[in-house]
Design a protein around this ligand. Sequence first.
Ligand SMILES: [Zn+2]
Length: 328
Amino acid sequence: MPSTEFMEFKTLADIQGHFDIALDLLLNKENFSHGVWPYKLYQLEASCQYEKLGKRCAQQHQKGYVVSCTDGSVVLIGHCCAYKYLSLDDESVKAGFKQLDANQRQLIRRRKVESLLKKRQSYIEQGKALHMQHRDFQARITELSNAFPRQIWQKLIDRWKMNRLEVVWEYQITKTGTENGQKVVERSWYPSSYGKLIGLGAWLEWDHQTYAGQISDYRKQLELIPANDELTNAEIDHAEATLNNVAAITSLERELAALSKMMSDFVEPSNLVRTVQLTSNQAVRAETVVAVHRLTGETLAMTPERFIADIDVALKRKHEATGLRIQQ
Ligand SMILES: [Zn+2]
């Protein structure tokens, strides 16, 4: 039986990769020896091997224990039976594991590290790919933030944080009439939406340096793990600490992918043009028109001022409005 490792088992295949499970054997109080290691699987795929009333329990379960029989073979027991009939719980099984002597535990750590180091090259590749993804991501953010006027960039951040995504302008309708022989003027404002901003997110305030540092540090530490077979105990400590970061790096990879997707949604031309409508300051709007065209690569066939005037005129005409203002 291979020694158990500090790994968490997430699939039946994981468990079988580490233990030679006697899948047909039944366990009862008589042949029970000790709990070996707890597991919590993603799916109900382990069948309980506890013997109840002469029959296999067979309950499909996610949470349970690898349990050793008196003859040394190991079986899988669901947590209900394990607790009810064998008084096993995570604490007692893990406590039993801690009783193993120091050498044995060091051996287990060494095996874990050695098994993970078989994937060393793929971790190195992953780190390199992530470094490049992050660099591209950072470059695109810089390009966007440099293109937009400061004021607009800040408004995008504010709107993201307040989750105020809809861009609304108001138009004014003026009605005139006579009442008791006197001229009466009535002015009212009505909202008109330019749609919701899409793709705003944490990329607007991405902390480049922290993440770039995290990635580069991880890559350096990986490279520092010696490639030879026999690692010293100190090297095992270092390798273990480095490999513990694999999960963090993988989650950063996912986060970056999600934020990149948001950013691509944001730069859709139909969305970018909404940024022209985030302020009533005509000079800033004109600068934004130029930024939007630079980012989409479209040529601006008129002056930016004319571009804005056309937007405003279209809204005014549509409603025969006498005034326009952005909804604050
Ligand atoms: Zn059971």
